[in-house]
Design a protein around this ligand. Structure first.
Ligand code: G3P
Length: 217
């Protein structure tokens, strides 16, 4: 499973990328705004930190605007993925950018399995179902991941399922069990993925016993 980081904080991204476990980055207009720096140099810096796919989202609402913005975003670096909203115009722009300009695309704000089917038919490279926001509203976000996985497998669509809006370590586990291709994870959840209290307790006991043995390696 590929792990992407859902952030535009370049200091944080550099620290996490140093683990060698980060496959890519996703951003959206809110994440870029939160980082508080201009979008183009920020994206450039992110693409220098992480060589894998870096999603950058268009803010236009119409096909022509999305295509124009998508092309500007693609010019930042070869690893930019153009992120487009799951609207009719977004799906049209997805097809145009894919077929005419060779773009990699990430269709975002997906909240239903049939929306994901439409994105696959539009040739999206990635589909981003927002499972945490569904859970927030009392629905079962993970069921959406399972449904999309089944539909894509039924028809052999190559669009990759990119589980997004991850809120917990359990979301990461359950998305992996559901067969997601990728998950985009906030930095705090990424840092929690390798932790377990029994690991810490076990390590402390090993080191105590080793010290008592008086040996060295
Ligand atoms: O990348 C977009 C998505 O992950 C948003 O997450 O936490 O704003 O629902 P969130």
């Amino acid at each position: 499973m590929q792990i992407f980081i859902d952030s535009a904080d370049t200091v944080e991204l550099a620290a996490l990328a140093a683990t060698g476990l980060v496959d890519g980055v996703t951003t959206n207009p809110s994440i870029i705004a939160k980082a508080g720096k201009p979008i183009f140099p920020t994206l450039k810096a992110i693409c220098e930190i992480v060589s894998g796919p870096v999603s950058a989202e268009s803010v236009a609402l119409d096909h022509d605007g999305m295509v124009a913005e998508g092309r500007k975003l693609m010019a930042v670096a070869p690893n930019i993925v153009v992120k487009l909203p799951l609207t009719m115009e977004g799906l049209k722009a997805c097809r145009t950018l894919t077929e005419q300009y060779g773009a990699k695309t990430n269709v975002t704000l997906c909240f239903s399995a049939v929306q994901a089917l439409m994105a696959a038919k539009a040739g999206a490279t990635y589909i981003s179902p927002f499972l945490g926001r569904l859970d927030d509203g009392g629905q079962d976000g993970m069921e959406l991941i399972r449904e999309i996985r089944a539909i894509y497998d039924n028809y052999g669509y190559e669009t990759q399922v990119l589980s997004a809006s991850i809120r917990t370590v359990a979301h990461v586990r359950d998305a992996a069990l559901a067969g997601t291709d990728c998950a985009t994870i906030p930095p705090n959840i990424f840092r929690a993925l390798y932790k377990h209290v029994l690991t810490d307790v076990g390590l402390e006991a090993f080191l105590k016993d080793w010290k008592a043995s008086g040996q060295e390696i």
